[in-house]
Write a protein that binds this ligand. Structure first.
Ligand code: SF4
Length: 354
C-alpha cells in the first residue's frame, strides 16, 4: 500500500483512467484530500462507492501514525512524528508575532537523518536513514495544523536532512503545496534551504512555481567551509555563487544566506569583507544564526572546539553588514531549551528504533 499523497495529480489521473473512470474523478480526490482534508476514502461522498472501496484497498491517506510534542516557553513546539514503517522525524513550529505582522512557520524535515555530516549539526550525526516521501513531508504540515488548531503561514525546509538530496520527493511536495487550485501556500512563503548541492540548485530554478532559496554559507573561504560542511569539498564557493546567480536570474527571487557565527573562526574582518562581496552578487539577505551547542551527541576534536560568538559580536557583525548596505537579520534561538533550534534535531532523549 502507498500513501495517496505521494502521487502527483497526473499519477492519480492515470490511476482513475486505468480503472475506467473519467479524469475529473482525480480532481475530486485531490480536492477532498487537500482542500477538505478528508482522511477516510469512504467519506469522499462525491465519488462512486466502488471507487472509494478500490482507493481504500490500494492507498492510505495519512503518512503519520502518531506524534509526541514538546513546547518551549517561547511558544516553539517540537513535534516528533512517527511514520508508518516505524521511523520518525522531527518538525518545529515557530510562532513570530510583532503586532500587525504575524508568522506561523513550520520547519519541516525532508529526510530521516542526513548523510552530509556538517560539524555543527546533530542531525548529521545520525547518518542518512532514508528519504521522506512527498506524503510524509506534506503530513508534517497537516498534522501540525490539526494538532495546534492553526493555519500555518510559512514553510521552511530546514529540518532534518538536505532537501536537495531528496530532490524528486521534495519537488513533488512543493508542487502540491503551491498547486494553484488548492492554494495551500503562496510560493513566496516557502523556503528550501540547502548546504549547496550545486547541480540541484540549477534544476530547482526551473520549477514552474519556484520558491525561495536559502544557502548555508558559514564561511567565505573554501578551506574553512569544507571543515564545517564536508559537502563543500564537492563544489567550490565559486561554483556555488554561479548557481546562485543562475537561480536569481531565472526566478527573480532574492537569495537568503545562512551564516552561523563561531567565536574566533568566521567572525573576523576578512570574512566580513568577503561576505559583503558575496552577498552583493545578486539581491540577497544574510541571516546570522547563533550557534547552538550539540553536546548531547558524540563530537570530534574540531567539533568540540566550536563555540558560539557572543551576542555583542553577532550584533556588531550585523551592524557592519547593514552599514555596507546588506540586508541582515539575526535569527532567534527559538526552541533552544527543548533541543528544537537550528542544528539540534536528533531525537535527543528519545529512544527510537530507526
Ligand atoms: S545542517 Fe543540514 S545538510 Fe548539514 S548535516 Fe545538518 S541536516 Fe544535513
Amino acid at each position: 500500500m502507498q500513501c495517496i499523497k505521494d502521487l502527483t495529480l497526473e499519477e492519480i489521473t492515470n490511476y482513475v483512467v486505468e480503472l475506467g473512470y473519467e479524469k475529473f474523478r482525480a480532481r475530486q480526490i485531490w480536492y477532498a484530500i487537500y482542500s477538505q482534508r478528508i482522511n477516510d476514502f469512504e467519506k469522499i461522498s462525491t465519488l462512486p462507492k466502488e471507487l472509494r472501496l478500490r482507493l481504500k484497498k490500494d492507498f492510505y491517506i495519512n503518512a503519520i501514525v502518531d506524534c509526541k510534542k514538546e513546547q518551549s516557553i517561547d511558544g516553539t513546539v517540537k513535534f516528533l512524528f512517527l511514520l508508518r514503517n516505524g521511523s520518525a522525524v522531527e518538525s518545529v513550529y515557530i510562532p513570530w508575532d510583532r503586532g500587525l505582522k504575524e508568522r506561523k512557520t513550520l520547519c519541516v524535515s525532508s529526510q530521516v537523518g542526513c548523510a552530509l555530516g556538517c560539524s555543527f549539526c546533530a542531525t548529521g550525526k545520525l547518518g542518512l536513514k532514508r528519504n521522506l516521501s512527498a506524503g510524509e513531508i506534506i503530513d508534517q504540515i497537516f498534522e501540525c495544523e490539526k494538532l495546534l488548531g492553526i493555519k500555518l503561514t510559512n514553510i521552511v525546509f530546514m529540518g532534518m536532512g538536505e532537501p536537495l538530496q531528496n530532490y524528486k520527493n521534495v519537488v513533488n511536495a512543493l508542487k502540491i503545496l503551491t498547486d494553484e487550485e488548492i492554494k495551500l501556500f503562496s510560493r513566496k512563503n516557502i523556503t528550501v534551504s540547502t548546504s549547496g548541492i550545486v547541480p540541484k540548485i540549477y534544476e530547482l530554478a526551473n520549477l514552474e512555481r519556484p520558491v525561495k532559496l536559502a544557502v548555508s554559507l558559514h564561511s567565505t573561504f573554501d578551506v574553512l567551509r569544507e571543515k564545517l560542511m564536508p559537502i563543500a569539498k564537492r563544489w567550490s564557493l565559486k561554483e556555488l555563487r554561479d548557481a546562485v546567480v543562475f537561480y536569481y536570474r531565472k526566478t527573480k527571487i532574492p537569495i537568503t544566506y545562512e551564516y552561523i557565527l563561531f567565536e574566533g573562526l568566521n567572525d573576523n574582518q576578512d570574512e566580513l569583507r568577503r561576505l559583503v562581496k558575496f552577498a552583493r552578487t545578486v539581491p540577497s539577505k544574510v541571516n546570522l544564526i547563533p550557534f547552538h551547542r550539540i553536546d548531547f551527541v558524540k563530537l570530534n576534536d574540531f567539533e568540540r572546539q566550536l563555540n558560539p560568538a557572543n551576542k555583542e559580536k553577532i550584533e556588531e557583525f550585523r551592524n557592519m553588514l547593514r552599514s555596507e548596505g546588506i540586508r541582515c537579520f539575526v535569527r532567534s534561538s527559538s526552541g533552544y531549551e527543548i533541543n528544537g533550534a537550528c542544528g539540534q534535531l536528533a531525537f535527543a532523549n528519545i529512544k527510537l528504533n530507526i
